[in-house]
Design a protein around this ligand. Structure first.
Ligand SMILES: [Zn+2]
Length: 95
């Protein structure tokens, strides 16, 4: 679940050719996400994500959880909801 997108400013220092130190800043956007598996809050750089996933329509899993195990549990949930078996042969158009 997407909670917010925030700007994080990082300070860097460089040495000029005369030996003086100059500080400069860079900002980057960070997405604050809530894990749909363990409900913990974590951050991820917006540049590293697909922009279509920056919404709550998609599920997000933190680095501590196993995303493949989470996906399997979602399949079990939907099978229980629709009361179907694993090997059911239904056209996807009829669902
Ligand atoms: Zn998690």
């Amino acid at each position: 679940m997407l909670l917010e997108i925030k700007q994080v400013q990082t300070e860097y220092t460089r040495l000029s050719k005369n030996g003086a130190e100059h500080t400069y800043f860079r900002t980057r956007s960070m997405a604050v996400l809530k894990c749909d598996s363990c409900s913990s809050t974590f951050e991820r750089a917006v540049k590293q994500m697909d922009y279509r996933r920056l919404s709550s329509k998609y599920t997000h899993v933190c680095p501590n959880c196993n995303p493949k195990r989470f996906a399997q549990s979602k399949g079990v949930e939907s099978r229980r909801f629709w009361n179907t078996t694993v090997d059911l042969d239904i056209d996807i158009d009829k669902i």
